[in-house]
Design a protein around this ligand. Sequence first.
Ligand SMILES: [Zn+2]
Ligand SMILES: [Zn+2]
Length: 379
Amino acid sequence: MSSDELVALRHHLHSIAEVSGEEDDTANYIKEQLHTCNPDELITEIGGNGIAARFKGDKEGPVILIRCELDALPIAEENDLDYLSENEGVGHKCGHDGHMAILFGVAKKMNEKARSRGEVILLFQPAEETGKGAARVLEDDKFKDIEPDYVFALHNIPGYEKHEVIVKNGAFASASVGLIARFKGETAHAAHPEQGKSPALAVAQLIQSLSALPQFYVPLEKAAKITVIQAHIGEQAFGTSPGYGEVMATLRTYDDKVLENLQQRSIDLAKGIAKTYDLELDTEWVEPFPATVNGEKAIEFVRAAASSGDVTLIEKPEPFGWSEDFGHFTDRFEGALFGLGSGKNQPALHASDYDFPDEIIETGVKMFTGIIDQIMKKK
Ligand SMILES: [Zn+2]
Ligand SMILES: [Zn+2]
């Protein structure tokens, strides 16, 4: 497949953008296209809409799994493109359309090349943005006979020059989890809040306390952040003192253990506040992402592929603050996630005017095929 074909494929995927868990049209299109690459096996509906194409060599050898993501985001596009998303309010604002095009380029290479040994599995994973897809793929019975020796994925990174490859030993992307704290009290007439149980002060206090929590419970050398993302009490009813309130926040660290501690502190805090104001409390954890931790051997193959492909390598001193559900894969297998620069002036990931730059598709293909070559040639 020429680069023009990969670009056309990316544009089509962009135009049919679908949110997490609803990637039906995207998965069907991928499936059709993958058939033309003659994989030895095509596994469909893995962990939801997931698809895995297996390319087997003639002899036993290392098994390498490479992952990309199928899903887009519930963000309306603000771009001037001739391949705009046809689904209103949904856009490929994380560049997963580009990641898919890259894996297609790899699939084409697998088809063209004689496969001497080992196995390459190209996984098109659903529901990355909600943190559910990776775990579901791993739990799926269809994944049972897949035992990769190595797992790899890349993510495009705005703010870095196009084609730059960004690597880091150890933690690469953060662990994160969402907290929903619901306070239940009792409504009353707004003239007599003392006759009810308003959650107003509890909500206000929890917002302040959560925001300050990392300061008091996390040591200086361990990064942690809590971001309150939504809060709400009562209704727009000026005659009523509210009886219900909720706070939502995202907790973020570089380390799974630090996150666990922060989660416990958050719950203790919410319980204390609920008790103070005589409210019922109900808490829920949503969208958990483990930290993505790069394996020592795997990341060396990424470095080797960059140097043999003459790609500029950037060593990042700190992990990225965002999370990736690829952490579920690096938890179980030797693997690495690396960054691919998508332009200094590229809008940020999840911005409404973001669009994946087509020029870096070939660099992504070169990196993955380089990694495969490095591993397969090693005895
Ligand atoms: Zn994203
Ligand atoms: Zn993404």
